[in-house]
Design a binder for this molecule. Structure first.
Ligand code: GRF
Length: 216
């Protein structure tokens, strides 16, 4: 019989309030995963405070202190690698990662985006959706690949919510936040359990093992 699985070593990149980081800490940290480091591009990110409270190692990589974005990303990748990171979660990380990082962690970077991709990629997704006048909003958790795009990687999980009367950013944001906080840990847990793979006939299609979803 195989022994119990070692917790997956997760590194988190965050620029802001870090509520998605907190969701990971509250649900999976110390169980299916161990968050071994939190890095930010912003020294004032509240996410860093959350990491400190949880006793997790932190680092700040300010762009101005590096030659360029690629050099900064190489430094972040080295810091993550030193901690044995197996999966990188972008939890509100507002800088676009360059090839040196994405190649080093190929197939092991996950992002959360507040729209049903491929609709409304990039910044201000909720504002874009409101401007378009959609009736269904949602959240996507996807892999980040070195494909030159933004929010273009293979979809792991998506969840939509019907808000046919929505006209206000704050209202939509408030409804999407709990979905993010459920979906990010769910995706990370599935990866930690080895339940996430790719369809060999269409590597864009992420396959989730049925028996694991049934247990959830
Ligand atoms: C989330 O809305 C996420 O979808 C977007 O950035 C925000 C991060 O929030 N990419 P937090 O820092 O996790 O609270």
């Amino acid at each position: 019989m195989p022994g119990p699985r070692e917790p997956l070593r997760v590194g988190v990149l965050a620029s802001g309030t870090g509520t998605n980081l907190q969701a990971l800490l509250d649900t999976l940290h110390g169980r299916e995963i161990v968050v071994v480091g939190v890095a930010s591009d912003r020294p004032d990110a509240i996410a860093l405070e959350r990491a400190k409270t949880a006793g997790i190692e932190r680092a700040v990589f300010v762009l101005a202190e590096h030659e360029d974005r690629a050099a900064r990303d190489t430094a972040i990748a080295g810091w993550m690698a030193q901690r044995g990171v197996e999966l990188v979660v972008l939890a509100g990380y507002m800088a676009i990662l360059t090839s040196p990082f994405l190649r080093r962690f190929a197939g092991a970077v996950l992002n959360v985006h507040p729209s049903l991709l491929p609709a409304f990629p990039g910044v201000r997704a909720i504002e874009q959706a409101l401007a378009y006048g959609v009736k269904i909003f949602g959240v996507t958790v996807h892999f980040v690949e070195d494909d030159g795009g933004v929010d273009t990687g293979p979809v792991i999980l998506q969840r939509g919510i019907e808000l046919p009367g929505a006209s206000d950013f704050d209202e939509v944001y408030a409804r999407l936040r709990p979905i993010e906080h459920a979906l990010v840990p769910e995706a990370v847990r599935l990866i930690a359990m080895g339940a996430v793979s790719r369809d060999p006939d269409n590597p864009r299609r992420v396959v989730i093992a049925a028996e694991v979803t049934a247990e959830a």
